[in-house]
Ligand binder design. Structure first.
Ligand SMILES: [Zn+2]
Length: 248
């Protein structure tokens, strides 16, 4: 459980309060609605991204940063999972456009927008949107909303994090090993033929043996890393790029 005070959620505060915050950071969780094997809910990526964004925001606001969390984007680019019921994909193009317009609009009042991405399939859209927005001079960046370099999908990592967050939504008795080949080895086929061709259960990794304590530690690590990165680009009240160590 987070020990810090929650940061304001945009949907729960007034425009006047946003104005008072005077060009706050805006964190936008970007998730997906897609199959996560027979044992995890379709909203896994969205829940992880929202949780990470909220905890990062709480940490930053505790140290005096002005920060707001936006409602999450719960649909992403999940075409490779569409063989499985429950998946709803809007595809790379639609997601890219959504992100571009969202950030353009938010830039009217947000000091900087950070996309917290919880789904690997969104990366093309996220990267391309952020590149375009930065050439337009917008203050925007993205961060990975999950741990790097671990099993890819509905495996040990995501199962552990879900056991930490919502054990009631995890069916460990249905958890079975999926394709455990390293992702780079199967990525090409996965993109071409879909996840089912690589893993009939939709799992990439092995969820058995995952536990809540490990998941809580993984989430803490992700939050720490994002906080560290965001503090390293601190901009002071006069708009000056400050040295990271001057931030509380
Ligand atoms: Zn996932």
């Amino acid at each position: 459980m987070s020990r810090t005070r929650p940061a304001p959620r945009l949907e729960a505060i007034s425009s006047a309060r946003v104005e008072q915050l005077d060009r706050p950071w805006l964190l936008v969780p970007v998730g997906s609605t897609e199959q996560h094997g027979p044992h995890l809910p379709c909203g896994t990526d969205s829940l992880v991204a929202r949780t990470v964004a909220a905890r990062v925001a709480a940490r930053l606001s505790e140290s005096g940063e002005r920060v707001v969390v936006a409602p999450g984007i719960d649909y992403g680019s999940s075409g490779e999972h569409e063989d499985f019921a429950g998946t709803i994909s809007i595809g790379t193009e639609a997601l890219r456009l959504l992100l571009v317009e969202l950030v353009r609009s938010a830039s009217r009042w947000a000091g900087a927008t950070v996309l917290v991405n919880g789904h690997g399939g969104n990366l093309d859209a996220v990267r391309s949107a952020v590149r375009l927005l930065r050439t337009e001079g917008r203050s925007v960046a993205w961060v990975p909303g999950g741990p790097a370099g671990r099993d890819a999908h509905a495996g040990h990592t995501e199962t552990a994090m879900m056991l930490a967050l919502r054990p009631d939504q995890v069916a460990m008795d249905r958890a079975t090993a999926g394709c455990t080949d390293p992702l780079p080895q199967v990525l090409e086929r996965l993109r071409r033929e879909g996840v089912r061709a690589v893993s009939p259960t939709g799992v990439l990794g092995d969820p058995r043996g995952a536990c809540a304590a490990e998941g809580a530690g993984l989430l803490d690590g992700v939050v720490e890393e994002i906080v560290r990165r965001l503090r390293a680009v601190h901009v002071d009240a006069d708009g000056m790029l400050a040295r990271a160590e001057t931030v509380a």
